[in-house]
Design a protein around this ligand. Structure first.
Ligand code: EPZ
Length: 448
């Protein structure tokens, strides 16, 4: 029964440490199933989704130990949680509906389980607030590696062919899919022969996963481009790997600085992972300095300018920052057309922002945002992870108090959000109460 209360108007000033990327840590955790040796992962963010994946790996038979620090620090500060995961003997190869419905990324264990054990039974994730989220490309990709895949009773049942192992193949994705690229890449590392993946996703989280797979002995090349080539090997071994910084968290806090009129240094933030975002923010008038410790973002002296935004697969503008940039445009001078090309229903934040006085008109996959002088605080409802944080951003800049219900969405993807914002001057606090079922309350914040 958790909600957030925010009193708007405080400029944010100071330094925020950027956590490890949720969308890198989730596939990295799934990849540990590919070997019976220990894999140490550092800079793992403290998030509900991570806890869900850890529970799933444990249910599958992996042993997971929190460890103090990584033996070899790849780069950057030693923050976040470190785990050592050993999937020596897998007691199961099934991800049940109850687990998968809570966290769609559980489908990422499909490829590793199939490659390691020759069989996998994973619940179809089902849709979520932002779209029906099919997994047909995951299924087709695994079938191209020789797997026999059937959909029965809401489950994906996959097994290796009679020979007992997957064989390399050519996988051409009709559209760019991050998860399908990750699933097939992991499965292909243990397939016999070469796999070529065409029209693969190019996200930094894919490159981070490929770096970890190579450290485990996999032969992967082309990651970060639209063609990835993998030569299967007999088996993989353990490694130490540090999760890359979260580019979506970095973009979110950069927008927070631009909105509230302050200056934030985002320590550990990787400007090279959000070049499109930085270009767009600079067009809107935001001052951004890139240093070796991260990036420093200040609100524009002359006010914000509306700029059109279109979400695209990496390196285009990320869909996971669409709700957040819309808040910036809602209080900018002029108008901005925000077009969502990745998901079919990712404007749930619009009606909530409208309740705070935003002037936004949605027409199919585009939203025309006309800047208003100020938003006003209101009671609002979080609907999905990134929509939730856009309501926090709106509350930070609105006049008066904003109350956000269903904050469990936030706990899925933002480590220590309230603590990080309070530390740079935000008037924000978490309260019990609110209208959602108790979702286990906040994750303990390891840094504060
Ligand atoms: C990943 O989801 C991210 N999640 C999402 O972040 C992110 O929004 C998305 O990539 C796009 O960048 C994780 O990495 C855990 P997709 P994913 O497969 O892999 C369609 C967040 O807020 N599609 O790239 O599920 C799909 O419906 C989350 O952190 C198929 O049609 O996204 C969508 O329209 C939200 N068939 C498009 O492709 C498939 O088999 C892109 O989806 C798979 C996807």
């Amino acid at each position: 029964m958790e909600k957030l209360k925010i009193m708007g108007g405080q400029p944010l000033n100071g330094t925020i440490s950027i956590s490890g990327a949720k969308n890198a840590a989730l596939p990295l955790l799934a990849a540990t199933l590919l070997t019976d040796q220990p894999v140490a992962l550092g800079n793992v963010p403290a998030l509900a989704d991570i806890d869900s994946m850890v529970s799933l790996l444990t249910e599958l038979g992996a042993e997971i130990e929190p460890v103090k620090t990584l033996s070899t620090m790849a780069h950057g500060p030693d923050i976040g949680r470190c785990y050592e995961i050993t999937a020596a003997t897998l007691s199961g190869s099934e991800a049940t509906y109850d687990l998968v419905r809570k966290m769609r990324a559980s489908v990422l264990v499909l490829g590793p389980l199939l490659a390691r054990t020759g069989a996998a039974r994973v619940s179809l994730p089902g849709g979520c607030a932002i779209g029906n989220r099919p997994v047909d490309l995951h299924v087709k990709g695994l079938a191209a590696l020789g797997a026999e895949v059937t959909l029965a009773g809401g489950y994906i049942e996959a097994r290796a062919p009679a020979c007992g192992y997957l064989t390399g193949g050519r996988v051409v994705f009709p559209l760019v899919s991050v998860g399908a690229t990750e699933n097939i890449m992991m499965a292909a590392t243990l397939a016999r022969g070469q796999t070529t993946m065409v029209n693969a996703a190019r996200e930094p989280e894919i490159v981070d996963l490929a770096n970890c797979l190579r450290a485990m002995g996999a032969q992967v090349s082309g990651d970060g481009t639209d063609t990835i080539i993998i030569d299967g090997v007999e088996q993989l071994h353990g490694c130490s790997h540090q999760v890359i910084a979260d580019r979506i968290e970095t973009g979110t806090f950069a927008i927070a600085a631009a909105l509230t009129g302050g200056t934030l240094t985002l320590a550990g933030g990787r400007a090279d992972l959000i070049e499109t975002v930085i270009d767009l923010l600079r067009q809107a008038g935001v001052a951004i300095d890139v240093g070796h410790q991260g990036l420093t973002v200040s609100a524009p002296a002359g006010g914000l300018q509306g700029v059109d935004v279109m979400t695209e697969p990496y390196p285009g503008f990320p869909t996971d920052l669409q709700a957040q940039i819309m808040v910036l445009m809602a209080v900018a001078n002029g108008a901005a057309m925000v077009t969502e090309t990745i998901f079919e229903n990712r404007f749930m934040h619009v009606p909530e922002l409208a309740r705070m006085g935003a002037n936004i008109n949605v027409h199919q996959s585009s939203a025309m945002v006309r800047g208003v002088p100020q938003l006003t605080g209101a009671q609002v409802m979080a609907t999905d992870l990134r929509a939730s944080v856009s309501l926090v951003l709106a509350g930070l800049v609105a006049g008066g108090e904003t109350e956000i219900n269903r904050v469990y969405h936030l706990d899925r993807g933002y480590e220590c959000l309230v603590e990080k914002l309070r530390a740079v001057g935000a008037d924000i606090a978490r309260h019990s109460g609110g209208d959602d079922a108790d979702n286990g309350g906040p994750i303990a914040c390891p840094h504060h």
